[in-house]
Design a protein around this ligand. Structure first.
Ligand code: IPM
Ligand code: MG
Length: 360
């Protein structure tokens, strides 16, 4: 088969890691008889530098007309870059929000699990880690505080800023459905996270999740307040299977969950629409401090490409091949600097990509 993939290399380490992911996809194509055609799309800081805006209409169109999107990372140093002293809608992140909205990518899937052999990188105590953990965070991605009305104004001589958190029942239902479908293929447990002791939007969230749950009698559902969830993640991470939550809570909890794996350079993610279309990107950011040094870990992006094959193209065997190649490389003792441990062989970005290709 032939597939059209829009690639967004973006900023910082983005170009380095996307290059390696493309090599891995090409290797899969060679072995399994597929052709992946790439079209590079500018987004984020590089688009601002080139066109003055973080995402052009044409760029969005190109992404829309592709079969899926592979993204590296966008943005620079917060508070320390020419891209920040500008209006919010002109910052690199605005490109990311615009593409999420423009492609209707309302369900963000972020797996967080403890890799075999990377237990030492996990910052939690052995007693807490226990047998490890393996969870997926399903974060609503096109609603809530990120997209509600906002303004900054002066009221009676005092500056005031407003952000609004809005959800309608349809937005909650469609992302809940994704979470239940994912749970059905896993341990069939959903923890729906909200702040229902304070927020109306959370009370509606709970109600709609409970309605959806009726169609999934095999799935166990529990509700958890977000502050408690933040605590439980570091106290007993093994209890979670699928965490379902709104946009802002999901942003925060997914960083926490990835941190406790000790290997944010390894975690992939997918943002999906109603159908098969998706945008796939590593869970980490653009790491401007190490950009261009050839030391970034490309594995999260490579595993995101594997997720793309699985979710968007139904190429399960090919996705397995990538995931197994990554496991083999780790078992063979190769590590990038972020996951380096005693007795292992340290390699750079390009070499890691090559080692993975050789194992496909
Ligand atoms: C993420 C990031 C983005 C978000 C930023 C860069 C706008 O933190 O994907 O988690 O908050 O969604
Ligand atoms: Mg985030």
């Amino acid at each position: 088969m032939e597939y059209r993939i829009a690639t967004i290399s973006g900023d910082g380490i983005g170009p380095e890691i996307v290059t390696e992911a493309k090599k891995v996809l090409d290797r899969v194509g060679e072995v399994y008889g597929h052709k992946f055609n790439y079209e590079e799309v500018l987004m984020g800081g590089i688009s601002i530098d080139t066109y003055g805006v973080p995402l052009t209409e044409e760029a969005l169109e190109t992404a829309k007309n592709s079969d899926s999107v592979l993204l590296g990372a966008v943005g620079g140093h917060v508070g320390n870059s020419r891209w920040y002293d500008v209006a919010p809608n002109l910052r690199p992140e605005a490109g990311l929000l615009a593409i999420r909205k423009g492609l209707n990518l309302f369900a963000n899937i972020r797996p967080a699990y403890l890799y075999d052999g990377l237990g030492d990188a996990c910052p939690l105590k052995k007693e807490i880690i226990g047998d490890g953990f393996d969870m997926v965070i399903v974060r609503e991605l096109t609603g809530g505080l990120y997209f509600g009305e906002r303004r900054t104004e002066e009221v009676d001589g005092i500056m005031q800023a407003t952000d609004t958190l809005v959800y309608n029942e349809n937005e909650i239902r469609r992302v809940a459905l994704k979470a239940f479908d994912i749970a059905m293929k896993r341990k069939k447990k959903i923890t729906s996270v909200d702040k229902a002791n304070v927020l109306d939007s959370s009370r509606l969230w709970r109600k709609v999740v409970a309605e959806v749950a009726k169609d999934y009698p095999e799935v166990t559902v529990e509700n958890m307040l977000v502050d408690n969830c933040a605590m439980q993640l570091v106290m007993n991470p093994g209890q979670f299977d699928v965490i379902l939550t709104e946009n802002m809570f999901g942003d925060i909890l997914s960083d926490e969950a990835s941190m406790i794996t000790g290997s944010i350079g390894m975690l992939s993610s997918a943002s999906l629409n109603e159908g098969k279309f998706g945008l796939y990107e590593p869970s980490h950011g653009s790491a401007p401090d190490i950009a261009g040094k050839g030391i970034a870990n490309p594995i999260a992006t490579i595993l995101s490409a594997a997720m793309m094959l699985r979710f968007s193209f139904d190429l399960d065997q090919e996705a397995d091949a990538i995931e197994n190649a990554v496991k083999k490389v780790l078992a063979d003792g190769y590590r990038t600097v972020d996951i380096m441990a005693e007795g292992m062989t340290q390699v750079g970005t390009i070499e890691m990509g090559k080692l993975i290709c050789e194992r496909i």
